[in-house]
Design a protein around this ligand. Structure first.
Ligand code: NAP
Length: 240
């Protein structure tokens, strides 16, 4: 069995990725933080459709929590390793820079960027040893273009793209690929408070994207067919 860990895999884009990878035959490890009900619901849907899944609750922003969760997972699966890692968990704490609080800056960087560093470093050795691995980092169009009111989020998501390019070069010889996906406006809880009617006028396709559309791209990058793609950032924005 090949294992895929999706951080923030209980809701939104992560949930769609977990469901898609399970359909492709991966045993999926669904990470989440607070919402037990959503996580259970995702797990039950995957199992009902004949897939294999387990929950792994930890805060991706806490290095000790990562260490403990991975250690426990490895004890339960002594002969297995995580072959696919999707660094998806992320939060928004929007504010104009002049008003931005330390907590707003730190929590966004911690959840997107520091989490990438701590979790990927922890799982990388096994991928290198097995000479096979897929790392997909969920960035954002904000990381490509910058977005007013999102200096923290844009910085975190842009940094993820730089880290993706650098790490891809470090591990390519061992057949581990590292890519980033940069979604535009996607329907999810994260964008639930946005004025969809107004914002979709900015999108050439005149609609928000669906989590399943992002999941299809991630699943392709995780597949054997994508073995020669690494260090790339693929935008999925409806033309934005
Ligand atoms: P979402 O609907 O808000 O879901 C966030 C997920 O992340 C939930 O499963 C949540 O778990 C988990 N999570 C949050 N903080 C966590 C932490 N510290 N530790 C572990 N899990 C944590 O978000 P989404 O819209 O699907 O976004 C997913 C990713 O895509 C994010 O990185 C986001 O920045 C990126 N993105 C989204 C859009 C968009 O338009 N939606 C656009 C570009 C990029 P709980 O439910 O337990 O809290």
């Amino acid at each position: 069995m090949k294992y895929a860990l999706i951080t923030g895999g209980s809701r939104g884009i992560g949930r769609a990725i977990a469901i898609k990878l399970a359909k492709q035959g991966y045993a999926v490890v669904i990470n989440y933080l607070n919402n037990d009900e959503a996580a259970k619901h995702t797990l039950e849907q995957i199992v009902a459709e004949g897939g294999q899944a387990e929950l792994l609750r930890f805060d991706v922003g806490q290095p000790e929590a990562i260490e403990q969760a991975v250690e426990e997972w490895q004890q339960r699966h002594p002969d297995e390793y995580i072959d696919v890692l999707v660094n998806n968990a992320g939060i928004r704490r929007d504010n104009l820079m002049v008003f931005m609080q330390n907590e707003e800056w730190n929590s966004v960087l911690q959840t997107s960027l520091n989490a990438f560093f701590h979790l990927t470093r922890r799982l990388l050795k096994d991928m290198l040893t097995h000479r096979h691995g897929r790392i997909v980092n969920i960035s954002s169009v904000s990381g490509l273009k910058g977005m007013a009111g999102q200096v923290n989020y844009s910085a975190a998501k842009a940094a993820l793209i730089g880290a993706t390019k650098a790490l891809a070069q470090e591990v390519a010889a061992r057949k581990v690929t590292v890519n980033a996906v940069a979604p535009g406006f996607i329907e999810s809880d994260m964008t639930g408070d946005l004025d969809q009617g107004e914002l979709k006028k900015l999108v050439p396709m005149k609609r928000f994207g669906k989590a399943e559309e992002v999941a299809a791209l991630v699943a392709f990058l995780a597949s054997d067919e994508a073995a020669y793609i690494t260090g790339e950032t693929i935008a999925i924005t409806g033309g934005l």
